[in-house]
Write a protein that binds this ligand. Structure first.
Ligand SMILES: Nc1nc2c(ncn2[C@@H]2O[C@H](COP(=O)(O)OP(=O)(O)OP(=O)(O)O)[C@@H](O)[C@H]2O)c(=O)[nH]1
Length: 577
């Protein structure tokens, strides 16, 4: 990683917020201070640094005392960092290992600035902020993550359990535990390679370390997941502030050494915070009752899931209401797994008509759950749970299979199926091609509808899947058009064949002038791009006439027919569209 070329947060172009964050980190961290000459020779050292290093560093070179985070053998490249400062950077910031003579190496964050020695030129001001240590030191090995040098999951859980068992003290009544996970990190790996992914992970670890105070701990507990334990909290606001600061600092671009040279990568993170009232005694019984590490981690995760569900790059604090919601989701998830096995999911079909003459051009396939107790459930009552639980592939696969059967039984029909972008994992297009071929179906009788908001811009796997589908002749339609983000860039980049206007722009037609202008503009856009145009949620003849006059080609909605089972459209023995 090029972390020493210009470390994250370094440079004279650091924004005011970032400078404030750095200043705050220094004020709150257990910081060792040293004054060095420009070759890194330590001239003066504070007591905290002497304690951190377990020796008196005066007269020694920084490179002997500090190494790069990944390798204890590799001295911190002090000369390079000083060069950045001399070139104008306000400060440089990097992760490092403190190499202690007792072998108890410590992960730390080093910040350097230039100071004025008062006539004798510049000196180097060095701040070494400790970011947690291991009983066995930070050399990658058991209990340590090899990439970042941080504690691994097992080490983090053991540390948390120890802290909970130790209970509260007057100045440490609470713990704050933050689960932090990078957003859509897979895309970085897939598009730029795992080496760049590693650089992003290492930078995230460094940025997290900067925000730590004495006694706090940081660990890498999963692929792209970190755990921060904030010790000695008296105030809830303090913890929320740290969580927000982490979210903000990770949202800043990361400079990496990419396949085509240096570049910036953006990979935000979501955070979930849980506040734990520590028990009065080791056996529990304090205001928070008995708390175990597993429960705390589960609650932090529940908050993290809520932050992810809010779209990422955000922070959520755990509450009992979140727990109840998570429990309810788990119940629905288990029920859905059973329903999939017992064949309770059904496909209904809603007609799509040509707006010019009202003839039926095809159907949209819509999943329903014939729940034994709750009746017929609509997709919005269970699909988000299916997405979260990784079941959406099974649901979409079932709808696709049923729809292909429908096309086989009704040779002139066309059908559009909804597909989660999550299913575009490299296997979708080949599966569709094989299934169409097996049934002898023309590909242009099938359209795949993708929710605009579920598409990840720039994901090469998704883009390749869409290209393969389009090359096959399958329609690719952006559903709920106008509600997601990066819409226009999709039209430019992706082989989309059609747009479906979201029902929210249809609901207030023809009276609402805003909806009217949007609908008209999107119709023109579709026309200009040579795309098919469909509107959904058409409920009145007035709306249908208005949309037809704007140039929309086709429509669906209660005005033309509510979704129903196959038999409604094709009574026994009937065929065709
Ligand atoms: N570069 C790199 N990648 C890793 C490492 N360990 C795991 N990964 C990858 O990290 C990715 C983790 O992705 P997920 O957490 O499933 O998903 P995500 O893309 O971050 O999506 P969300 O968390 O839902 O926002 C996977 O692609 C793993 O292969 C590692 O040490 N280095």
């Amino acid at each position: 990683m090029q972390q020493d070329e210009e470390p994250p947060g370094a440079g004279s172009d650091a924004g005011p917020q970032e400078r404030l964050d750095v200043a705050r980190a220094l004020l709150t961290a257990t910081t060792g201070l040293a004054v060095c000459d420009l070759h890194g020779l330590v001239l003066e050292a504070g007591d905290a640094l002497v304690a951190q290093l377990a020796l008196d560093p005066r007269g020694r070179k920084l490179g002997e005392l500090l190494s790069t985070p990944g390798s204890v053998e590799e001295p911190l490249p002090v000369d390079r960092l000083v060069e950045d400062l001399l070139a104008g950077a306000e400060h440089v910031l990097t992760g490092a290992l403190v190499r202690r003579p007792d072998g108890q190496d410590q992960h730390c964050t080093v910040m350097m600035t230039l100071g004025d020695s008062g006539g004798a030129g510049h000196v180097l001001l060095v701040h070494v902020a400790s970011s947690g240590s291991s009983p066995r030191g930070t050399r990658p090995g058991p209990g340590r993550d090899a990439l970042t040098g941080l504690r691994d999951r097992a080490g983090a859980v053991a540390d948390l359990a120890d802290r909970l068992a130790a209970g509260r003290t007057a100045d440490r009544p609470r713990l704050g535990v933050i689960a932090c996970d990078l957003d859509r990190f897979r895309v970085v790996n897939d598009s730029l390679g795992v080496e760049v992914g590693d650089q992003v992970l290492a930078t995230a670890a460094e940025r997290l370390a900067v925000g730590l105070r004495g006694g706090d701990a940081l660990a890498r507990v999963g692929d792209d997941e970190f755990l921060v334990v904030l010790a000695g909290l008296t105030d809830e606001v303090e913890a929320v502030d740290v969580a927000h600061r982490i979210t903000r600092s990770l949202a800043a671009p990361v400079r990496v050494d990419g396949p085509d040279g240096p570049q910036e990568v953006r990979c935000s993170a979501s955070t979930g915070l849980v506040l734990v009232d520590l028990p009065v005694t080791a056996s529990g019984g304090g205001p928070g009752g008995v708390v175990d590490a597993g429960t705390v981690l589960r609650d932090a995760h529940t908050a993290l899931d809520a932050a992810k569900a809010a779209g990422g790059s955000s922070c959520r604090v755990f509450t009992d209401a979140l727990r109840e919601r998570a429990d309810r989701r788990l119940t629905v998830e288990n029920d859905l797994r059973r329903a999939l096995q017992e064949g309770e999911l059904r496909v209904h079909y809603q007609p799509v008509v040509d707006l010019r003459d009202g003839h039926r051009t095809g159907f949209e396939a819509l999943v329903r759950w014939a729940h034994p107790r709750r009746g017929l459930l609509l997709p919005e009552q269970f699909l988000d749970v299916a997405e979260d639980a990784g079941l959406v592939g099974l649901v979409d696969g079932l709808v696709l299979e049923e729809s292909l059967g429908f096309l086989t039984r009704h040779p002139t029909a066309r059908v559009a199926v909804n597909t989660s972008a999550r299913c575009l994992d490299g296997t979708f297009a080949p599966t569709v091609a094989r299934d169409l071929d097996r049934r002898g179906l023309a590909p242009d009788r099938l359209t795949v509808e993708l929710l605009e908001g579920s598409l990840v811009p720039g994901d090469p796997v998704t883009e390749a899947e869409l290209r393969d589908l389009a090359a096959l002749g399958v329609g690719v339609l952006i559903d709920d058009f106008g509600t997601g983000y990066s819409t226009l860039s999709y039209l430019r980049r992706l082989p989309v064949t059609g747009l479906k206007l979201d029902r929210s722009f249809v609901a207030d037609l023809p009276q609402d002038p805003g909806s009217d202008r949007i609908a008209a503009a999107v119709a023109r856009l579709a026309d200009d791009f040579g795309l098919t145009s469909t509107c959904e949620g058409v409920e009145t003849a007035d709306q249908a006439r208005h949309l037809a006059a704007q140039g929309w080609q086709s429509a669906q909605g209660f005005h033309f027919g509510v979704p129903g089972p196959e038999e409604r459209w094709f009574p026994a023995g009937a065929q065709g569209a």
